[in-house]
Ligand binder design. Sequence first.
Ligand code: AMP
Ligand code: MG
Length: 290
Amino acid sequence: MGKKKHHSITPLSQLLRVPAGPVSLARYDSKATPGYPGKGRDDADKFTTAILPELSDLQERLYASSQTDPANAPRILIVLQGMDTSGKGGVIRHSIGLVDPQGVQIKAFKVPTAEERAHDYLWRIRNALPAPGKIGIFDRSHYEDVLVVRVDGLFPESVWSKRYGEINDFEAELVASGTRLIKCMLNVSYEEQRERLLARLDDPTKHWKFSASDLDSRAKWPDYMEAYEAALTLCNTEVAPWHIIPADHKWYRNWAVTELLREVLEGLDLQWPVADYDVAEQRRRLAALD
Ligand code: AMP
Ligand code: MG
């Protein structure tokens, strides 16, 4: 498929990909709209909707490949990380929600349960990996084990500091066994987070989205940014790179994740499975039956 006007001219996978080297989040404008082909908020629905037919076609090819050749079918795993209100749930509703639900596997990671705590931190992650032909989405992930764990000191530094390397090994293993990882840090600003938290408190229909612990995390914002910078720096590998998605504009964030997914699926160059039966013969049989 060639460039369409709703695509980014320079691939988003390049524009949003975090370059190698130390990451300073202060240098990333969370109101930026890299690669957006339209004017802004008013045409975002149109541009996002325009991606859908291609996304559906690509997703169906992915799923079809798993039906005929499960052992070799690729898998996609989108990892969504970001501070509260950055829009992990919003992306799942507005971007991933556009894809056939049968082809999608969503998993949200919460405070580990007693059972999860009894295992290694990657145990629950391994259990939730997408099946062949599926698009997995992680709302939070193994990165919490170097984010909240580091900021809140849930484990000593001697434990979490080893995890960056362990995560790189784990992700390399995933990629080697056929999973394409799309790691997205939804970068919302401190100011925008205040507005969104206030909106949750102002609107009784949004009260359920607010949690008092959101303010505890907000109070530790600089520590979180430092922990994010460490994860974005130390776990930004060639096979599993990070993307920073400016997230102060919800319309941009949703378009960008949709387009990024489309690009990755397109890059897999998925072919329709070839029938393992004689089409002409089946056609004759069908004709004989009417
Ligand atoms: P939410 O995504 O808003 O439903 O919140 C989930 C909560 O679970 C967040 O406060 C996370 O920090 C917390 N959480 C997720 N994974 C872990 C983990 N591995 N250790 C401790 N807390 C976690
Ligand atoms: Mg929350």
